[in-house]
Design a protein around this ligand. Structure first.
Ligand code: HEM
Length: 447
């Protein structure tokens, strides 16, 4: 990554409230919901490397947008910088109290250690063939010579991959049932995560009522799958995530309970497909609008190289981070970026603002994979997967999956944008997606 010299950080421990807009919380929230990426980047330029945004329900949030400050947050004591507590305010209704995303301290580490191995470095490569097969199958459904949105297609591929990787289910009927249940759950969950005030039982047809029913249906499938697997002779030999978790024991020799298993499985399913599908849709959206990058990518793949493909994936996640910020809630007073912050404060590394800093990523609005060609990405400047002890468990898996799917797309299909204008960034659940789903036209049929 390109080097940058940053001005000196402010002296520590003097002030208590970083600058921010004085507009009412509702106005700030509406601005944020309309364009989170643009708002975070413009706040960094206007207020500096640490700023606040005020939201209804959540109150004042402190954002940091400079690598040194991000480092302070990511390397701070996990018992003070609670990510689980912060995530739970948004995610607990969906993921539950035993999810690796909503836990903190020792219970978090225990779940994290159990979940890490199946998603670790080289192990993800055994999914290569599966990813290629599912991609080719999906590409056969692309309509030739007419505009279509890419996102639903990338989502079907990544969902297919994660369902098989997590459950090891290959029976078409059960897979179709699980897909329908996840689809329904995903449709209901958005309102619940975005608007905590609707988390109230106002009857069967209220948003909460519908959400709870879709969650019950998904859960009963998952509990059924857990019971089936437990009863299956030789499941200890299987290498899907469910089988691995069933045989896993913590340091005291304890297996996971069914409640823990349910929360972890839903977490990996939820965290592991929509994010990657959106990243892929953005990769396509960016590539078709930058034909010289697309041509270079094709040539490099034809020459059997991986570097430019890897850099393209990294540049996509820089320019269009699927998740704009990551949250920590202070359990004790802490000094961050020179501000003394009270216990209870939410502190968020502003991914989008960092990725659009001119001094870290010159010409940030240009889509230029070359900036990552040396293979490195600064741990505290390029942070699409968060960082520290909470860094995304699926990062290697996601990057590998994106590379594998993109390779198929660009070598087997001739794509152009359905509309030359860049697609706007639109929030969807906790991700940022292309507003029109990355609409493209494919010339002819896939090769
Ligand atoms: C492009 C795709 C993805 C993006 C952009 C992404 C991004 C993130 C981010 C920003 C976090 C929060 C990190 C923090 O708080 O510092 C996270 C956490 C997590 N992600 Fe991902 N993710 C992606 C794919 C995946 C996949 C494929 C999986 C599973 C296979 C996954 C599983 C998780 C889990 C379990 C956590 C919680 C880690 C913890 O709290 O210890 N993610 N991800």
């Amino acid at each position: 990554m390109e080097q940058a010299t940053l001005p000196q950080a402010p002296a520590a421990g003097r002030r208590s409230s970083p600058p921010g807009s004085r507009a009412p919380a509702l106005v700030q929230a509406v601005r944020y919901l309309r364009d989170p990426l643009g708002m975070l980047a413009s706040h960094q330029r206007r207020y500096g490397d640490v700023f606040t945004i005020r939201f209804p329900f959540f109150g004042q949030i402190v954002y940091v947008a400079r690598p040194e400050f991000v480092k302070e947050v990511f390397t701070g004591s996990p018992s003070v910088f609670h990510a689980g507590e912060a995530n739970a305010t948004v995610l607990e209704p969906a993921l539950g109290p035993y999810s690796v995303l909503t836990l903190d301290d020792a219970p978090h580490l225990r779940q994290r250690k159990l979940l890490l191995p199946p998603f670790h470095g080289e192990r993800v490569q055994r999914y290569g063939e599966l990813i290629v097969d599912l991609t080719r199958e999906e590409m056969a459904s692309w309509p030739p010579n007419e505009a279509f949105a890419m996102r639903p297609h990338t989502q079907r591929i990544t969902l297919g991959v994660i369902m098989r990787a997590v459950f090891g289910v290959h029976d078409a009927g059960r897979l179709a049932r699980l897909e329908a249940l996840i689809d329904e759950f995903a449709q209901r969950v958005g309102t619940i995560t975005a608007f905590p005030l609707v988390r109230r039982d106002l009857g069967r047809f209220s948003p909460w009522g519908r959400f709870v029913r879709s969650r019950e249906r998904l859960d009963s499938f998952i509990y059924e799958e857990i019971a089936l697997r437990r009863a299956e002779p030789g499941h200890e030999e299987r290498d899907d995530v469910l089988s691995l978790l069933l045989t896993a024991r913590d340091e005291d020799g304890r297996p996971m309970t069914d409640l823990e298993l349910r929360d972890e499985l839903v977490t990996v399913l939820a965290a592991g497909h929509e994010t990657t599908a959106t990243g892929l849709a953005w990769a396509v959206e960016r590539l078709v609008r930058n034909p010289e990058v697309l041509a270079k990518l094709r040539d490099s793949i034809a020459a059997g190289e991986e570097d430019y493909l890897n850099a393209t994936v990294k540049e996509t996640l820089r320019a269009r981070p699927v998740i704009v910020d990551v949250a920590r809630k202070l359990t004790a007073p802490a000094t961050i970026a020179g501000y003394e912050l009270r216990a209870g404060t939410f502190v968020l590394p502003a991914i989008a603002a960092l990725h659009y800093r001119e001094d870290l990523f010159p010409e940030p609005h240009r889509f230029r994979p070359e900036r990552f060609l040396d293979g490195k990405a600064d741990t505290y400047a390029w942070i699409p997967f968060g960082g520290g002890i909470r860094r995304c468990i699926g990062a290697s898996f996601a990057e590998y999956e994106m590379r594998t799917i993109l390779r198929e797309f660009v070598t087997r299909a001739e794509l152009r944008p359905a509309d030359p204008k860049d697609e706007r960034v639109r929030p969807r659940n906790i991700t940022l997606t292309p507003a029109k789903g990355a609409r493209v036209v494919m010339t002819g049929t896939p090769g």
